[in-house]
Write a protein that binds this ligand. Structure first.
Ligand code: ADP
Length: 245
């Protein structure tokens, strides 16, 4: 479902991704862990076409999203639509109701009718436990509730791939659990592919099929959570885990 082939990305003279090769299978739930500044978020931003690679190729669902040698922008936009992302900061539209936040893209990007979009949005908002709040503005909700709206908004596009970028880092500690609970439920009930960058190690262990330990722009070690968290092979992984656990 996702493939990075020899992807390089620099910001100025700083090479953040140093020839990344990475594959994620359809339906797989993969967590990326590792120190800050190692390039984890850049992987997600490349998939969202918020950044452009300097070299290499990125494929989604068997089609080229980026090819540093040249690509078709129209096709890229279509491929990009198969991906939903939830950010650290929820980025909701503050002047729109919760319901409108969720229906905006389906109506304006996919051309869905208002009734169909509303019905789907209400269903998704029910799934994330916000049916009581559909007519409120984001500013009237807690951070955890806003993040759950952001999850529903991403799901409204019926993505085949969902990306989660440290989605609980900006939340008060007591609101983290409700957001992780929603993602855990999604991971266990949905067949969509999920790629997560997270500092929540227990959560990563619980929901992931595979965990990637990432450092300095490259995968240090990859394996099932039982191996990465309990019997890692690499010194770098052991050091990282003993610092964060
Ligand atoms: P992580 O998610 O592992 O914390 P990031 O992918 O966010 O790491 O960032 C990797 C490195 O790239 C960091 O040193 C960061 O400062 C730098 N970086 C990321 N985005 C940009 C940007 N748009 N411009 C300049 N530097 C950036």
């Amino acid at each position: 479902m996702i493939a990075f082939r020899g992807v390089r990305k620099s910001f100025g003279s700083h090479e953040v991704l140093t020839g990344l090769d990475l594959e994620v299978g359809a339906g797989e739930k993969v967590s990326i862990i590792g120190p800050s500044g190692s390039g984890k978020t850049t992987i997600l931003r490349l998939l969202m076409t918020l950044e452009q690679p300097d070299a290499g190729r990125i494929e989604v669902d068997g089609e080229t999203l980026w090819d540093a040698g040249g690509f078709d922008t129209g096709r890229m936009k279509l491929v990009r639509r198969r991906i939903g992302m939830v950010f650290q900061h929820f980025n909701l539209f503050p002047h729109m109701t919760v319901l409108r936040n969720v229906t905006e893209a389906p109506v304006h990007v996919l051309g869905q009718g208002r009734e169909e979009a509303d019905a789907h949005a209400r269903e998704l908002l029910g799934m994330v436990g916000l049916e009581q709040h559909v007519d409120k503005k984001p500013g009237q909700l807690s951070g955890g509730q806003q993040q759950r709206v952001a999850i529903a908004r991403a799901l409204a596009m019926r993505p085949r791939v969902m990306l989660f970028d440290e989605v609980t880092s900006a939340l008060d500690p007591e609101l983290v659990g409700e957001v992780l609970g929603v993602i855990r439920e999604l991971a266990h009930s949905q067949s969509m592919t999920m790629l997560l960058v997270t500092h929540e190690m227990r959560f990563a262990e619980d929901i992931s099929d595979r965990v990637l330990m990432f450092d300095s722009g490259a995968v240090v070690e990859a394996g099932p959570p039982s191996v990465i968290f309990h019997e890692p092979r690499e010194e770098r992984t052991k050091r990282f885990l003993s610092a964060v656990l």
